[in-house]
Design a protein around this ligand. Structure first.
Ligand code: CP
Length: 316
């Protein structure tokens, strides 16, 4: 009943059994979210630090709510009003906060590898909430949970990720998790936004969206990072939208029972039209709700609360 690691840094290399355990545990917590009182006790007495060095709406609020709903004490760090502004290093910052008796750290940072670095200087359990272009493992898990909820399976599905694959931590986590669970994964985007030798990730790569969409069950549409336009990686938003934007017209050729996903934040009218974002096949807000359940499962399993509960039950 416990995971093979005490941290969640990435989905690459996470065994299938761990992924399935997180998803199965999240099913129970998803049911808690439909109760009138959305609170359970397993993290009572634990303190969780939310260490966000980069902006976030969904992930930060989702983790904070997940922690509160598991009865943990939570504290949120904001770089803008911290002593980082006076030049304090990341290591000193986190070691000082840990000295106040922190059990778990949820970290978002612009540099890949920061969550791993924290495992080397802290005793707390570390959960990666997005590190640069590396991974965003709880986003990958909540996307997979939502796919499983809708299609009742993951293995054998064809999932297409569209957009800036090179710079997307969401894409990387989705690819790793989906492949471990037996899905077939394709990616599509301008060649300047596909990683070098992308096929080595075990995916089929396309630069033509209509070809890429043939036979897919799920399309996960990634945010076009508009700052990339300044770097000359695609000519204009209008051209991107014409060549890769997901429109109602393009959806007409899909399998029945297909699913539209987007991790947010969306650029409406660029990578996705309003009609698609708000259409009947969109599960975009389900992803957000499910994110809480998945994060509750990850916090619960990493905290060791499940073992304590089992040991308590065994000693009774
Ligand atoms: N999906 C996602 O990570 O959104 P935020 O940046 O708002 O957390």
């Amino acid at each position: 009943m416990s995971l093979s690691s005490r941290h969640l840094l990435q989905l690459e290399g996470v065994p299938k059994e761990d992924l399935e355990q997180i998803l199965d545990t999240a099913e129970s917590f998803r049911e808690v979210l439909d109760r009138p009182i959305k609170k359970v006790p397993p993290l009572r007495g634990k303190t969780v630090l939310n260490l966000f060095y980069e902006p976030s709406t969904r992930t930060r609020i989702s983790f904070e709510l997940a922690e509160k709903r598991l009865s943990a004490d939570t504290i949120s760090f904001s770089k803008a009003v911290s002593s980082v502004k006076k030049g304090e290093t990341l290591k000193d910052t986190v070691r000082n906060i840990e000295a106040m008796k922190i059990d778990m750290v949820v970290v978002r940072h612009g540099s890949p590898g920061v969550p791993y670095y924290l495992t080397q200087c802290l005793e707390a359990n570390i959960i990666n909430a997005g590190d640069g272009t590396h991974e965003h493992p709880t986003q990958g898990l909540l996307d997979i949970f939502t796919i499983r909820q809708k299609h009742k399976k993951v293995a054998g599905l064809r999932v297409l990720l569209v957009g800036d694959i090179s710079h997307s931590r969401v894409a990387r986590s989705n690819i790793q998790g989906l492949k471990t669970l037996g899905a077939s994964v394709a990616v599509c985007g301008p060649s300047t936004l596909l990683p070098y030798q992308v096929e080595r990730l075990g995916v089929d790569a396309y630069t033509n969206i209509d070809e890429a969409m043939e036979g897919v069950d799920v399309i996960n549409i990634l945010r076009i990072q508009l700052e990339r336009q300044k770097a000359g990686l695609f000519p204009s938003q209008r051209e991107y939208s014409n060549l890769f934007g997901i429109t109602g017209e393009r959806l007409k050729h899909l399998n029945p029972n297909f699913t539209i996903m987007h991790p947010g934040p969306m650029n409406r009218g660029v990578e996705i039209t309003n009609e698609v974002a708000d259409g009947p096949e969109s599960v975009i807000l389900d992803q957000v709700t499910n994110g809480q359940a998945v994060r509750m499962a990850v916090l619960y399993l990493l905290s060791g609360a499940d073992k304590t509960e089992t040991e308590t039950l065994q000693s009774e």
